[in-house]
Structure formats: structure tokens, C-alpha cells
Design a binder for this molecule. Structure first.
Ligand code: EPU
Length: 298
């Protein structure tokens, strides 16, 4: 099949990742509509290509060797539609969570203050069930529209026993499904109160988390005696803050953030991940599980 215009060949993935790391993808399609998605899938099916769905690339580690297949990069076109009674918001998967947060004070609604400073897209936040300062993304969801490769379908969280849990979702179990859009629950609110809360949360984040080329938290917080403990604290207690391999460094601000100081390789990150797992296991008997998503061949 002839390559559709929306598909580019030989795309450098480093520019699509917050870490600034990654080789080339064979193909990348910028998806701005359901029709685009359909055409990209048709191309992948005809050419027998693996697919990977990408938001803003804020929680991924692309391989230095890149990705053999087609990356579907979700980009927003239509952003927001309020319902008449201002109880919900319809958002495309490629929209940035920070845009919703920015809109809150301006438009007088609340629900997303805890996500202030989260760099990713709505699709990414649903896929990974993003959590910040006690809130989880699924709690705000009314429904999600998605494509399973054949049909456009709708997921309502209440229809499933456990569609979402800590940093997990039904979509993580079905990585080829594509989240298209979501209806999110909002409340009318005093803009001044909302702005105050957003400022508070953004301030806490700036204090506790580094700024730079990173991929958010590298590991999930593990359970110890049924209670989640901070992976950052465990790594810190193992004395690993500031540890470097190549130009990948364990942040001295928050040890669950690994930073690309410039020119780091995915292989440096992988070595640092393995070293960290080993040291934390030795010291605390806990095997850390990665939150960051590896893409491509490692
Ligand atoms: N701590 C240390 N050393 C460190 C990091 C943390 O001692 O290097 C201590 C802190 O002092 C604090 C405790 O550990 O007493 C918890 O730290 P923090 O409040 O930073 O929370 P966290 O459990 O480390 C989680 C999420 C973050 C989220 C924050 C704030 C995970 C894996 N991490 O971190 O999510 O932003 O809470 O709500 O669940 C992400 O998932 O990418 C992420 C950044």
C-alpha cells in the first residue's frame, strides 16, 4: 500500500521523548482525527507493522536502536467541549493535562488542580492512571472512547470490576487499543480558590521534583505490608542519589527521577535502572517494578 501523507518515514524518536533519547522509528503518523487513525491502521495492517501509541513521550524510554514499526502520535485538534450544565468536559486524547489545569481558573471549574505540573497528555494519564498528591486520573473519568483496531468503543469505569488501579489500567493490558477521547467530570468552582490550589500544588512539585530531561518517576511505589512506600525514599536510603552512568544521573532532588544530563543513551538509563533494582533489593528486600515504559529493542 502507498504510504499515506500523514505517515513519515525514519523519524528520530529523541525529539518525541521528554528524556531526549531514542533512535529512529521506521514510521510515525501524526493522528489528528478518527479518519487519520483508521488510515494509519490500514497502512500498518497492510505492511504488517507493529504499532506503538504515543502521547507526549513523558513516561517512555525509547531504545537507542529506535522502533521497528509505526508510532501513532496522538495530537489534539478539537480540544474542549463543555456540556451545558458545566458538569463535564470532553477532551481529545492528545490534549495536554496542563491545558485543562490552565483552563480551570479561567473558566471557573475544578477537578484537576492536583495534576498541576503533570507534563503528559490526557491519553497518557488514562493509560497509566496517573496519580498526583492523592488523586488518581480515573476518579475524574465518566467514559473513554477508544479504538480496538476494528471498532470504536466506549469504556465506562463502572462497567468493570477493576478497570483501573494504582498506575494500571485496562489499556495497559491492551497496548494496541488507542484512546481517542474522554468525558471528564468537573465541578463549578470559585476561580480564585482554584488558582490558589493550583499554585500550591505546582509549588510543592517544584520543591520536591527536579526540572530537566526526565521521564517522571522511573519506578512504581512498591507495597510493603500492604502500604505503598516511596520508591524515591528507598533509592535515597540505598545511598544512590547523584549516582551516574554515562550522562544519566539519579536526581539528587528526588531519587525516583533519573535525569539526562545531555547526550545520555537509553543503555545508560537501563544500566542505572538495573543497578538501582539490585541495590534496593539488597538493602530493603524489595524488588522495584518499572513505571517507565520501554519501547523498542533492549
Ligand atoms: N523521599 C525521600 N527521598 C527521595 C524522594 C522522596 O526521602 O529522594 C521521601 C519524601 O521526603 C517523602 C516521601 O519520600 O517523605 C514521599 O515522597 P513524595 O511526596 O515525593 O512522593 P513519592 O511517593 O516519591 C509519588 C508519585 C509521584 C507524584 C508524587 C506526589 C509514584 C511512583 N510517584 O511520589 O508521581 O508526583 O507522589 O503526589 O507513585 C510519577 O508517577 O511519575 C510521579 C512523579
Amino acid at each position: 500500500m502507498k504510504r499515506p501523507d500523514l505517515v513519515s518515514a525514519g523519524v528520530n524518536l529523541a525529539q518525541h521523548s521528554s528524556l531526549g533519547i531514542g533512535g529512529k522509528a521506521d514510521f510515525l503518523a501524526r493522528i489528528r482525527s478518527e479518519e487519520d487513525l483508521f488510515r494509519a491502521f490500514e497502512f500498518a495492517r497492510d505492511e504488517k507493522l507493529d504499532t506503538f501509541v504515543l502521547g507526549r513521550g513523558t513516561n517512555v524510554l525509547f531504545s537507542d536502536k529506535g522502533f521497528r514499526g509505526l508510532v501513532l502520535k496522538m495530537e489534539p485538534r478539537k480540544m474542549y467541549l463543555f456540556s451545558n450544565d458545566v458538569k463535564e468536559l470532553s477532551v481529545e486524547a492528545g490534549a495536554l493535562v496542563s491545558t485543562i489545569v490552565g483552563l480551570e481558573a479561567e473558566s471557573g471549574f475544578s477537578g484537576f488542580e492536583n495534576f498541576a505540573g503533570l507534563p503528559g497528555t490526557v491519553g497518557g494519564a488514562i493509560y497509566g492512571n496517573a496519580g498526583c498528591f492523592g488523586a488518581e486520573f480515573w476518579e475524574r473519568m465518566i467514559s473513554v472512547r477508544y479504538f480496538d483496531g476494528e471498532n470504536f468503543l466506549e469504556l465506562k469505569p463502572e462497567d468493570f470490576l477493576f478497570p483501573f488501579s494504582y498506575r494500571s489500567s485496562l489499556f495497559k493490558d491492551h497496548p494496541n487499543w488507542v484512546i481517542i477521547s474522554a468525558r471528564l467530570r468537573i465541578k463549578e468552582a470559585d476561580p480564585r480558590q482554584v488558582a490558589k490550589r493550583v499554585k500550591e500544588i505546582a509549588g510543592q512539585r517544584a520543591e520536591r521534583q527536579p526540572v530537566g530531561k526526565d521521564a517522571g518517576c522511573i519506578f512504581k511505589n512498591p507495597l510493603r505490608c500492604s502500604v505503598r512506600v516511596s520508591a524515591g525514599r528507598l533509592i535515597d536510603e540505598a545511598g544512590l542519589k547523584g549516582m551516574r552512568i554515562g550522562n544519566a544521573e539519579i536526581s539528587s532532588v528526588h531519587a525516583n527521577f533519573f535525569v539526562n544530563l545531555g547526550g545520555a543513551k537509553a543503555s545508560d538509563f537501563l544500566e542505572l535502572i538495573e543497578l538501582t533494582k539490585g541495590r534496593v533489593l539488597e538493602r530493603s528486600g524489595i524488588l522495584l517494578e518499572e513505571e517507565v515504559i520501554r519501547v523498542g529493542e533492549f
